[in-house]
Design a protein around this ligand. Structure first.
Ligand SMILES: CC(=O)N[C@H]1[C@@H](OP(=O)(O)OP(=O)(O)OC[C@H]2O[C@@H](n3ccc(=O)[nH]c3=O)[C@H](O)[C@@H]2O)O[C@H](CO)[C@@H](O)[C@@H]1O[C@H](C)C(=O)N[C@@H](C)C(=O)N[C@H](CCC(=O)O)C(=O)O
Ligand SMILES: Nc1ncnc2c1ncn2[C@@H]1O[C@H](COP(=O)(O)OP(=O)(O)OP(=O)(O)O)[C@@H](O)[C@H]1O
Length: 486
């Protein structure tokens, strides 16, 4: 491929060499450079790619893409960009033959609900016979292939590579989570989303290496609506006006208020032993009764987002209803079957904000008792331990404090920090450091009408202890406990 092909949609300055250079690969990690590569220098959090220019030329790189001056011998082509991350995205799109143009692209941003809505949409579209790729916090799904994720929104090159594989595998659509970091770092530049969805916003991801403040977090999230054709936004969210500020797309709103284009009325919480769900009347641009096999008020919002999108895509009501009726998202309010008369669920709530929203939602089901089991990660901010402890003690009847990736810390030290928060609330508690034993305790003590929440692990299938990730899937633990008890 000629370099000129890669550059056809980018703005750049040719510093030396020629766009006629034949290239073999597009690379942004010096360790992967091969003879004939284009090396894109990224100034990152830990490394500055410009420092590797000498090394990559020795390894045979023919072109370097830079955003500042570098010393380069004659014979190597140098192209300069204002922002090499944006350039990487644009060149990746060109390198893989603009695969986004062969797919309907759906991006979902917001503080909570991204993963859940992503799977809801994929499930509805697949139900309607449309093969749909997925990229998110848990994994990238391309047909039968499932690749575990490192980031919620991967690097632009990886996204374009996945899009290409999806298009070649016959996918019609791709639905993906778009993190604010992804938007900020141009991981989703180089193409226009057909649809952008905004779920909600709360203070999160602010700090070193993420966003400097809330304004920056909001600004980054709002970028999606300057990069999609049709926006579908939660009209009830306090931040929605700031999210759509400067938008360049058409807009439609969803929510619980009748002012929204699509809204929910007559919400009913459905509860039976081992089952929690929700139903409501859909109103506005489309009207029918909806039943979702996932509990909670936020399930109403999540499903409204999915329904609004599917309405735009012309999906039949039957496919929407059938998919939502049977949906389960791994580790997101995932109900586990047990012989007991209580309800047991696995959820990913791993900070005070999501735990509070989860417990408040579950309380509305009027359980006899809520058991809330969780731990906090080692070698991470201590504030989360105090805050989660306090929230659980205030909103659950019994807090079961256990371990969750203790890493290099002693599990009991972490538990003691959590207890500082627990003591601020009125709830009862027990401490059981071994997670399996803690789960067993809940399953042996919970009775009719109780709801047991295993919080924090969600889809994760490991426990990280002293640098080693030991396999540990709560679903297996539950099955083992059931077997061991007969
Ligand atoms: C702080 C941050 O965002 N870091 C991300 C970023 O790393 P970076 O580009 O800064 O990389 P770096 O390690 O400094 O290296 C700079 C450049 O030098 C290159 N390099 C490096 C070493 C070397 O020997 N040779 C070499 O060429 C690297 O390939 C890179 O191109 O780009 C990497 C590739 O895309 C990401 O994996 C990495 O995510 C880190 C691990 C991370 O987890 N970030 C979090 C904050 C994040 O992105 N989270 C969001 C979810 C949160 C939200 O909802 O907003 C997400 O989307 O996952
Ligand atoms: N719309 C929502 N509003 C508030 N909380 C939600 C919503 N949807 C799900 N949750 C809660 O937040 C947790 C995370 O949900 P989900 O993974 O779908 O969100 P996310 O945006 O992908 O978040 P994260 O970036 O933390 O993975 C769920 O396990 C549930 O407890």
């Amino acid at each position: 491929m000629k370099l000129s092909k890669l550059l056809e949609r980018s703005e750049y300055t040719l510093i030396q060499g020629t766009e006629d250079t034949e290239i073999t690969a597009l690379v942004y990690d010096s360790r992967k450079v091969e003879e004939g590569s284009v090396f894109v220098c990224i100034s990152g959090a830990a490394f500055d790619g410009h420092k590797f220019v000498g090394q990559v030329i020795e390894k045979g790189a023919k072109v370097v893409a830079v955003q500042r001056d570098v010393e380069v011998p004659n014979g190597v082509t140098v192209i300069r960009f204002d922002d090499t991350r944006k350039a990487l995205a644009e060149m990746s799109a060109a390198y893989f033959g603009y695969p986004a143009e062969e797919l309907t692209t759906i991006g979902i941003t917001g503080t909570k609900g991204k993963t859940t809505i992503t799977y809801m949409i994929q499930s509805v579209l697949e139900h309607a016979g449309q093969k749909t790729g997925l990229i998110g916090t848990i994994e990238t799904v391309i047909g039968e292939e499932r690749i575990p994720s490192v980031n919620t929104t991967p690097e632009s090159y990886v996204i374009q590579e996945s899009f290409r594989k999806m298009a070649d595998a016959g996918c019609k659509n791709v639905v993906m989570e778009v993190s604010s970091q992804g938007l900020m770092l141009h991981r989703v530049s180089g193409f226009t989303f057909d649809y952008g969805i905004f779920t909600n916003l709360a203070e999160d991801h602010i700090g070193e290496n993420e966003h400097k403040d809330m304004d920056d977090y909001i600004r980054c999230k709002s970028l999606l609506f300057q990069q999609c054709r049709q926006g579908i936004v939660n009209g009830d969210d306090d931040y929605v006006e700031r999210i759509i500020k400067g938008h360049t797309c058409f807009l439609e709103t969803f929510g619980m208020n009748p002012g929204n284009d699509v809204y929910a009325e007559h919400i009913e919480r459905i509860q039976e032993p081992g089952y929690l769900g929700v139903s409501y009347d859909l109103k506005g641009k489309e009207e029918y009764n909806v039943h979702v096999d996932i509990p909670g008020d936020f399930t109403v919002y999540n499903s409204l987002a999915a329904i609004s999108l599917c309405r735009h895509m012309g999906i039949q009501k039957k496919d929407v209803l059938d998919a939502l009726n049977t949906i389960q998202v791994k580790g997101r309010l995932e109900i586990m079957k047990t012989p007991g008369e209580y309800t047991l669920m696995i959820d990913y709530a791993h900070n005070a904000m999501s735990l509070e929203s989860l417990l408040t939602t579950i309380r509305k089901y009027d359980p006899k008792k809520i058991y809330c089991l969780f731990g906090c990660g080692g070698n991470r901010a201590k504030a989360r331990r105090y805050e989660m402890g306090e929230v659980s003690s205030k909103l659950a009847d019994l807090t079961v404090v256990t371990s969750d990736n203790p890493r290099n810390e002693e599990p009991m030290d972490i538990i003691n920090d959590i207890l500082v928060g627990v003591h601020k609330g009125p709830g009862e508690y027990v401490t059981i450091p071994d997670r399996k034993e803690a789960i067993r305790y809940c399953m042996e003590h919970a009775g009719k009408g109780d709801i047991v929440i295993l919080a924090g692990k969600g889809h994760e299938d490991y426990q990280e202890i002293k640098g080693v990730k030991h396999h540990m899937d709560e679903r297996d633990l539950i099955r083992e406990i059931i077997t061991e008890s007969v």
